[in-house]
Design a protein around this ligand. Structure first.
Ligand code: ANZ
Length: 821
């Protein structure tokens, strides 16, 4: 037939792949093929697959399928990130168990993935909500706990009033809940944390394994920013009437002589500690106001400065000056030491505060700018120190070094480094997650559930029992709650919080390798053979969440001796979004496109090809600008070329006897498409496939004809190349070409170098834009060499004469224009 029947091909080849399993990795140690480990960020089972999944999975599939074609032992597994709030909210609404919604959606997505033609290894499939998976979350938590990397503390946490649960800092976006958009509040709670801050410097240092294009620069920049390394000094200030000195962190110890007051975070315990009795009432009132604000609000520069005098004085260690101590909200309790020396002349926030409360402003760095006390603008730039005793006349950098030296000698301060990164708040007061494997015993304290009692499975709750109450629903499951202490045997209670689901996704790519192992979270030897993941594909919304956490887990597991690598993902590709009419698809805009309907109308291959052809993987695809019909037409042309070539000749003919022009075209296509695919420029690779199909068509219609071995050679490469982008039609075409097995594995050809070299091209040499000579040169000639040849041309020299060459415009290989005057 002339046109292919997409649905029939899908059914036929899906069944074949399911029966023959061409995409399963081999774990056999005797298999010496290179290993490729490709992972897509796993799916959250919120419903059926949507256009965004289709884009991301198409990209990951090209990467995986290319490695299959190169003959690698490929592991490209699949799994589900299946714990989380939406399942629970659906269960409350439907008076059901979250289990049902979750696993029904997983099955829907799984069958859509199979239909979508993804070359996945289904035998490694995992779901994080299975006890056989989350048991190992608990096991890992216990190891972290033993190493002091999981701990509980009281603190102000982000509280989502809508979801009735705490959120990690990373889950608060501009003061709102990342998930539901509600304004996040602050609450004082006792919660579990992972000590990611211990790894701040390594998270920075190891980025040198990820730069140079291996990870997108943008993601690395966001992580660097999130970690927020700052280097400066700790300075100890005596406080009048108090034994203990108070330490502040400053990036500008050079400005110590310009410090005119002292500020403590109003919500820090220190403020309460320092407050003089006569100021207590004013302080308490102020602190109550501050508790209502988010960190983001507190740091916005537009807000007027507020604060209260604490009735005390600090002593500047360099000059003995008395400085009033204030409490204010622009100093954060959780950064540095929660206290600062204020230098209003050189720090804008301090200046705003000084002007609001009539505190002195003293310039100590001469920058040549106007007096901050008059302009209201602090001068933060470079300059020379003045009114600063031993620092006078020094530059900022030298002054910093000098003052640190002085303080070190006197024991009043030293150089130090600070990070913005906070510990990872782990506890959630919700049901559908991994129970924290801790038992609280009145006499033994926090006791880890012994490994042999894991998993601690979720109690069987559903419907209204899951409704948010501010405390975890698990607390209501009394039978589950009350246990004997594993240590003393006395009555005790389980921890009722569940883990942030980002714990689940921090190590699933390790579990995949041996996803059914029941003696350990993963098989260390096997993971060290496959890992780190060669290529990880997923959205950039995970820049500071999942991608940071996964890096952290990998380092901890390395330290535990369970891994021999320190970074989880060698290469990272962030796919663009599929949008419509210039905007993200959304229910409220009504501009959503239904993946299932597109596939029903045009077939999987045409939809995949459209996605991949529309733009490079990292860029957005606007569905309003693409033509799935055009993709379908191209696939029909490709299909006809493959079937006509297949009908006219049998496999095995010696291509050397075929048409040379077409052969050259085919081999140049092989060379270019290989390079383009390796460079992830799939859209251009597809354009080259289209040109190859046209060249083969021409050879059939008005050249050597369909039976020519060069036509077969071209058509075979069309099938092989298309197997990356449009797998069904590629299989069918390959079969039409007379082959029996799958086209998808081990068929990628090498370009014949003899056929790839282009003979010479003609280069026009102009003088004053008039053609004066023609040179025959290599198509990849170096521009400098071409310029030399053009200037040496006798004919061109005749027109240059004794005039001066002003400029030579070189457009290698085809044009050189010599400008004289
Ligand atoms: C005196 C000074 C003078 C400062 C000057 C800056 C400029 P980064 O770079 O973000 O680390 N600071 C320290 N702890 C703080 C806290 N808990 N809340 C709010 N601000 C705090 O910023 C470090 C600087 O931010 C420190 O250096 C301190 O102000 C302030 F001309 O000390 B500086």
């Amino acid at each position: 037939g002339d046109t292919y029947d997409a649905r029939a091909l899908q059914d036929k080849w899906q069944a074949r792949w399911a029966a023959e399993l061409p995409f399963e990795a081999t774990m056999d140690p005797g298999d010496t093929r290179p290993r490729s480990y490709i992972v897509d960020m796993f799916s959250y089972p919120s419903g059926d697959l949507h256009m965004g999944h289709a884009e991301a999975y198409a990209i990951g599939d090209v990467i995986g399928r290319y490695r299959f074609q190169r003959g690698d032992n490929v592991l490209h597994p699949v799994g589900w990130d299946s714990f989380g709030l939406p399942a629970e909210n659906a269960a409350i609404k439907n008076n059901d168990h979250p289990y049902k919604w979750t696993y029904a959606n997983i099955e829907t997505q799984a069958s859509s993935m199979r239909r979508y033609g993804l070359a996945l290894d289904w035998s490694h499939r995992l779901h994080t909500s299975d006890p056989e998976y989350y048991k190992w979350n608990q096991w890992l938590f216990t190891r972290f706990f033993e190493r002091g990397l999981a701990y509980r503390k009281d603190g102000l946490v982000n509280w989502c009033p809508q979801d009735q649960t705490v959120l990690a800092n990373e889950q608060v976006v501009q003061g709102r809940c990342e998930r539901c958009g509600a304004d996040v509040e602050r609450r004082a709670l006792n919660q579990w944390y992972f000590k990611i801050t211990d790894y701040a410097q390594r998270l920075l240092d190891d980025m040198d394994q990820l730069d140079n294009g291996r990870w997108p620069d943008e993601i690395l920049a966001m992580q660097r920013n999130w970690i927020g390394r700052s280097s400066g000094a700790d300075v100890h200030f005596e406080i009048e009437g108090r034994d203990e000195p108070v330490t502040v962190y400053t990036t500008r110890p050079d400005t110590l002589y310009g410090a005119t007051f002292f500020v403590v975070a109003a919500d820090a315990d220190l403020a309460e500690d320092l407050c003089a009795p006569e100021q207590r009432e004013a302080f308490e009132a102020y602190r109550a106001d501050v508790a209502k604000l988010s960190d983001i609000e507190r740091q916005t520069t537009e807000r007027p400065k507020t604060g209260v005098f604490l009735g005390r004085h600090a002593i500047n260690p360099v000059n003995g000056e008395r400085m009033p101590v204030w409490a204010a909200d622009y100093v954060l309790a959780g950064y540095g030491h929660g206290a600062i020396m204020a230098v209003p002349a050189h720090d804008q926030r301090d200046l705003d505060f000084a002007l609001a409360f009539d505190l002195p402003v003293r310039v100590v760095v001469e920058t040549g700018e106007a007096d901050p006390a008059e302009t209201g603008v602090a001068t933060a730039g470079e300059g020379v120190l003045r009114d600063s005793g031993p620092l006078d006349g020094l530059t900022k950098t030298d002054a910093i070094e000098r003052i640190i030296g002085i303080m070190r000698e006197r024991g009043t301060g030293d150089a130090t480094v600070n990070y913005r990164l906070r510990d990872w708040l782990l506890s959630r007061q919700r049901y559908w997650g991994t129970p924290i494997p801790i038992i609280h015993c009145p006499s033994c304290g926090e006791v880890a559930v012994p490994d042999e009692q894991l998993p601690v499975t979720l109690p069987d709750l559903q419907g209204a029992e899951l409704a948010p109450k501010g405390i975890s629903p698990l607390a209501a499951a009394k039978e589950w709650l009350h246990v004997d202490c594993p240590s003393c045997g006395g009555p005790a209670e389980r921890d009722t919080d569940t883990m942030d689901t980002f714990v689940d996704s921090s190590w699933y790519f390790l579990r995949y390798v041996s996803s059914h192992l029941d003696t350990a979270p993963f098989d260390t030897d096997e993971v060290n053979k496959w890992g780190p993941v060669d290529h990880y594909i997923g959205g950039k919304e995970h820049a500071t969440l999942h991608l940071m956490y996964a890096r952290f887990f990998t380092k901890v597991l390395y330290d535990m001796g369970m891994l021999d690598f320190t970074e989880p993902f060698r290469r990272l590709t962030n796919q663009g979004q599929v949008i419509n009419e210039g905007r993200a698809m959304s229910k409220s805009l009504g501009n959503g496109v239904d993946l299932g309907k597109e596939i029903d109308a045009y077939g999987v291959d045409a939809v995949r090809l459209t996605m991949l052809f529309a733009s490079p993987p990292e860029e957005d695809v606007d569905w309003a600008d693409v033509s799935v019909v055009a993709a379908q037409k191209f696939l029909n042309r490709a299909y006809r070329v493959m079937s006509e070539a297949g009908a006219a000749s049998a496999p095995g003919a010696d291509p050397a006897t075929g048409d040379t022009d077409l052969r050259r075209f085919t081999h140049r296509s092989i060379e270019q498409i290989t390079a383009l695919v390796e460079d992830k420029r799939f859209n251009v690779a597809i354009a080259r496939c289209m040109e190859l199909v046209s060249a083969a068509r021409k050879a059939i219609d008005s050249g050597p004809g369909a039976a020519d071995p060069a036509v077969r050679e071209a058509a075979e490469f069309v099938a092989v190349a298309l197997s990356l982008f449009a797998p069904y039609i590629a299989e069918e075409g390959w079969e039409k070409l007379g082959h029996s097995g799958s086209v998808a594995v081990g068929n990628w050809p090498e370009a014949d170098p003899a056929l790839v070299v282009q003979e010479s091209v003609v280069c026009v040499v102009q003088v004053q834009s008039k053609v004066r000579d023609k040179l025959s040169v290599s198509p990849d000639i170096d521009p400098a060499e071409l310029e030399r040849l053009a200037l040496a041309s006798e004919k061109a020299q005749g027109f240059i004469g004794d005039k001066t060459v002003r400029k030579v415009i070189v457009r290698a290989p085809k044009l050189v224009n010599i400008v004289v005057g």
